[in-house]
Design a protein around this ligand. Sequence first.
Ligand SMILES: [Zn+2]
Length: 83
Amino acid sequence: MDSCGVRVAILGVAQDGGVPQAGCGCERCSAAQLDPSLRLHPSSIAILGEDGGLHLVEATRDVSQQLWIASTSLGMDGLQTYV
Ligand SMILES: [Zn+2]
């Protein structure tokens, strides 16, 4: 099977408010307030094309953190040439 040079990084899996959601006092959000490892970014993916172009699907309120995740997950040298 041939592989292509396209790479994808999943940047978030939560609904649009993320976890913890602002103003929510449910058990899950309360736990995430206390433990950052339980926090989830809103759903988003980054695609790094064969031509080096970076494509972001669903820019969210956490876009700055998600671009950092994309940079490290996709092995990019930095974002200044992509943003
Ligand atoms: Zn909640």
